[in-house]
Design a protein. Sequence first.
Length: 318
Amino acid sequence: MDRVTERRLPVWIGLGGAALIGVLTAVQARINGQLGVRIGDGFAAAVISFGSGLLVLVVLSVALPQGRRGFGALVTGLRARSIPIWMLCGGVAGALSVATQSLAVGIIGVALFTVGVVAGQTVSGLLLDRAGVGPAGIVAVTPARLVGGALAVLAAGVSLAGGVHAPPLLLVLPFLVGAGIAWQSAVNGRLRQRVGTPLTATLVNFIGGTAVLGAAELIHTAVAGPPTSFPTEPWLYVGGVIGVTYIFLAAALVPYTGVLLLGLGTVVGQVVTSVLIDAIWPTEAAPTLGASLLMSTLAILSVVVAAVPWRRMPRRGR
């Protein structure tokens, strides 16, 4: 069994890092969504995003001592069978996330994508923490965590209250992405403990994700043909680098925060950034500004409820 680290991390630092992950996730979603629209092939856009991130990670893993040590620990662990195969599967969830960004965000907007992810992360995070899948071991599902999770789901429901004119599949996929992200954080955190560095855990994530997306693109190309043109704006191709950054941060933080708390902290940065992006650069299915603001308030409140160490007031003596 994994030993839970004894080091402590202040809650505000953990939540701040999680919020930064959310900001980066929202920005990456919009970039990948726009790249998918411009290319006309969401799978090709996802391969570009994941593949570019993989190249960055390979260079870092070769150049940095911790990368070489981590890769050596990975090989040793696989040979000794102390690292099970399921710990290598976080990239599958990452592939689903990036593919859905490329396929859906250009149509439904970042905020609507985000609230679906929020609901999936919340439900999955509660279950994964209770089952002890994450590196922090079994995390109790307290009433405060349940209420915080319920508020996050309510925030997701607000954006749908007015009706959404988009294919049902594009509304279901973000929920599955959210569940996958919670699983990805838990799996990458466990792998980080085994190899000793988030860098190698992130590398494994990108190897698996690129392989899955590459296979999906080959099938898509065989059916629909290859993309015929690619945009020339450099900013459309930085999604992979952004993904490397936030997955690395998630793998580093989840041992201290747990899966649910990391997910809820991410919600704050992701939702607020999504609202700003959709306000500045709206899509046809984006929720109204009023719904977005209410959703953001509920999401932030969910983090406060789940994160604050509520204590019972001592009863006064009579």
